[in-house]
Write a protein that binds this ligand. Structure first.
Ligand SMILES: CC(C)(COP(=O)(O)OP(=O)(O)OC[C@H]1O[C@@H](n2cnc3c(N)ncnc32)[C@H](O)[C@@H]1OP(=O)(O)O)[C@@H](O)C(=O)NCCC(=O)NCCS
Length: 327
């Protein structure tokens, strides 16, 4: 007779890896000069302070869900995996227009993934690294087989178009990875955390537009994030000199460069390639890391087998990062 107190728990494969990457950006390119026609700003100020040359804005009827479908489909095509083999879909985002419905279920349905576990995950600009960590651990626990993680944002709906501190930074897009089991370790442990005492530094106060205390966020990101990135390496059993490609959340090029400088001071190589996707994509929050990964793979900057270190940070305040092997 079965002991009623005995309950079975799952156990999955010991290792996971990223097996496909894809992204999507809206067609409409918005240059700094375009913005200077509608607000008091100029190309040089934006390039110097944030490093952005141009960004992509979605059209009015192009939704977060539409972009997520395109990025997720591209990741599946890249992996060669059929949608029927995917059982879980996670959509990190912070700009779905309402709490319900979530993005994940409808995105999955439109991609052709039938009845998956599907949920959104909101850790703002840290969302992709949270999602990747959750996906990897779900598989290792035996709760999921293959997980599609799609960071997608339509930030232009949440930015006052006349607010020159924010309207120059944020943009729209989506990036996705497919995560699956692996014979060898391909995704290091996630390190994550938060600083809820700084919650007011980035928020949607009126439930409409993003407000941020730019300098406070800048100080926090340039002092607190590099140590988290180093911890992610340590958890993965790696040294800073092992990193081939660094992909920090593309918040501001000066923040990205500051993190890279701090890692180099701890032994990261001078030839470590540092993502600068913000130049042509802007800040796309939870989409920025997979977007940069996809672009760096397509241009040969991130190669199969490279050690990639990703680190996300943003509203919450929240942060998360992990090392992984480039597919
Ligand atoms: C937002 C950010 C670019 C603003 O830069 P800053 O140097 O802090 O700018 P400040 O708000 O202090 O303003 C400095 C001056 O530039 C002006 N300014 C602000 N935005 C401007 C713009 N788009 N164009 C031209 N001038 C601008 C200000 O009015 C101010 O002028 P003043 O000195 O005459 O009063 C910067 O703080 C930043 O990037 N912070 C991090 C934000 C971030 O990464 N957020 C995402 C986290 S996920």
């Amino acid at each position: 007779m079965t002991d009623r107190r005995t309950l079975r728990q799952n156990q999955g494969p010991s290792a996971t890896r990223i097996i496909g990457v894809g992204s999507f950006q809206p067609e409409r390119i918005v240059t700094n000069d375009d913005l200077s026609k509608i607000m008091e700003t100029d190309d040089q100020w934006i390039r110097d302070r944030v490093g952005i040359v141009e960004r992509r804005f979605a059209d009015k009827d192009e939704l977060l869900v539409d972009m997520a479908v395109k990025a997720g489909t591209a990741a599946l095509i890249d992996s060669g995996v059929d949608p029927s083999e995917v059982d879980t879909v996670i959509v990190p985002n912070c700009t779905m227009p309402s709490g319900i419905p979530n993005a994940a279920a409808q995105v999955a349905d439109r991609i052709g993934i039938k009845a998956p576990g599907a949920f959104d995950l909101n850790a703002a600009c840290a969302g992709f690294c949270y999602g990747l960590g959750v996906a990897s651990d779900l598989i290792r626990a035996g709760s999921a087989g293959k997980v599609l993680v799609i960071g997608a944002e339509k930030l232009t709906d949440s930015v006052d178009p006349t607010d020159r501190a924010n309207a120059i930074i944020f943009a729209d897009g989506a990036g996705a990875v497919l995560v699956g089991p692996s014979d060898t370790p391909g995704i290091g442990p996630v390190t994550w955390g938060s600083a809820g005492d700084l919650v007011d530094t980035i928020s949607m106060r009126d439930h409409r537009y993003i407000h941020q205390e730019g300098q406070a966020v800048f100080r926090w990101a340039t002092t607190q994030i590099a140590p988290i990135a180093l911890k992610a390496l340590e958890l993965a059993g790696l040294e800073p000199s092992d990193v081939d490609v660094l992909i920090p959340h593309q918040a501001n090029l000066r923040i990205v460069e500051s993190i890279a400088k701090k890692l180099r001071a701890k032994g990261a190589r001078e030839d470590m390639d540092v993502a600068d996707d913000i130049r042509y994509s802007g800040n796309t929050s939870s989409a920025s890391i997979p977007l940069a990964l996809d672009h760096m793979r397509k241009t040969g900057r991130a190669k199969t087998g490279d050690v990639v270190l990703a680190i996300g940070f943003g509203a919450g305040l929240s942060y998360a990062g992990q090392a992984f092997i480039c597919p």
